[in-house]
Design a protein around this ligand. Structure first.
Ligand SMILES: C[S@@+](CC[C@H](N)C(=O)[O-])C[C@H]1O[C@@H](n2cnc3c(N)ncnc32)[C@H](O)[C@@H]1O
Length: 296
């Protein structure tokens, strides 16, 4: 391993957010928009073409909120399958990926999950949030879940989607091990909870939610799993690629000393996934209900 160098490594930098106080790691640019579009399809198919696992039938008296919406793929998909007069809000700390011409019923707004508008108390029948693992600090999670609890109507539902993080040892896969170590270092330097999927059921219960439930599916990565393995590989390589700017800005974190070295790791990890069968990653969808009668 190289020693930690404080000087940023020169490279073609991706565009990242500048929301005050945000530790969000991934970029907000066209390449990320394409990746998120592919990922939305992957996740939809992984769960049998279902995007909503909450047992709720939405009608005109309901309102829906999506937090960390990015390009709004999930909420625009939901809007297609429900009554067009159901009001929907989609928020994110960054507007760069918002759709140019959103459906009329969805209002896109720049807001943070950690501080939802005061006037939204007891408003929504459904709140959705997916993949904030690279954005929320450990101390943010209880705040965000209590904000969601506050803005839900009594009896309303929250649905959260999060992935397991890469971690541990991967015998015979040195590139995967190095990239994993870099992502983990970025995560700990920003105090993110990359393993939030393990903690979410307890955090939901602690926030006062009832009927905490979940489903999970394995995402198999590499050619050995056929077409879906190839598509998962494209997405997972793109996620590691999205960490390039934070890693190089931090001087390579003792793992790489140039952009070329980082790119070689990206090529290497793809080869490892394709040539050595067996790598998989779990994706979780959690849902829970705000009680009809508040005890606290
Ligand atoms: C990995 S993307 C996922 C986008 C979308 N949920 C999806 O699944 O396609 C994470 C999104 O969360 C947003 N984000 C990060 N921190 C946030 C915060 N504190 N409040 C609201 N959005 C946040 C990012 O700007 C980014 O658009």
């Amino acid at each position: 391993m190289l020693s930690n160098g404080p000087l940023p490594i020169e490279h073609v930098a991706r565009k990242h957010q500048a929301y005050p106080g945000s530790q969000y790691t991934l970029p907000a640019d066209d390449e990320e928009l394409q990746r998120l579009t592919l990922q939305h399809q992957i996740l939809k198919e992984l769960f049998g073409n279902r995007i909503l696992l909450v047992p709720v039938h939405l009608d005109v008296n309901d309102e829906v909120l999506e937090i960390g919406t990015g390009p709004g793929l999930w909420i625009m998909d939901l809007a297609k399958s429900v009554n067009t007069s159901i009001p929907m809000f989609a928020i994110d700390i960054e507007s760069r990926m918002f759709p140019v011409l959103p459906p009329k019923q969805i209002e896109f707004r720049v807001e943070s999950a950690t501080r939802l508008p005061a006037e939204w108390t007891n408003t929504f029948s459904l709140v959705h949030q997916r993949l904030l693992m690279a954005g929320l600090q450990r101390s943010d999670w209880p705040i965000v879940l209590s904000e969601i609890y506050r803005v839900l109507r009594p009896g309303g539902w929250v649905q959260l989607g999060e992935s397991a993080a890469w971690g541990g040892e991967y015998p015979g896969k040195p590139c995967l091990e190095k990239l994993t170590a870099m992502v983990r270092s970025i995560g700990s330097s920003r105090n993110l909870n990359l393993d939030c999927a393990k903690d979410i059921p307890k955090m939901l219960a602690d926030a006062g939610f009832l009927e905490v439930q979940s489903e999970s599916r394995m995402q198999r990565v590499g050619k050995w799993d056929g077409e879906s393995g190839v598509i998962n590989c494209i997405n997972q390589v793109a996620i590691f690629k999205a960490y390039k700017t934070p890693v190089l800005k931090a001087g390579g974190m003792g793992y790489v000393s140039s952009e070329e070295e980082y790119d070689l790791l990206l090529e290497g990890v793809e080869r490892e996934w394709d040539e050595i069968p067996g790598t998989e990653k779990e994706f979780f969808i959690f849902w829970a209900k705000k009680p009809l009668v508040q005890l606290h």
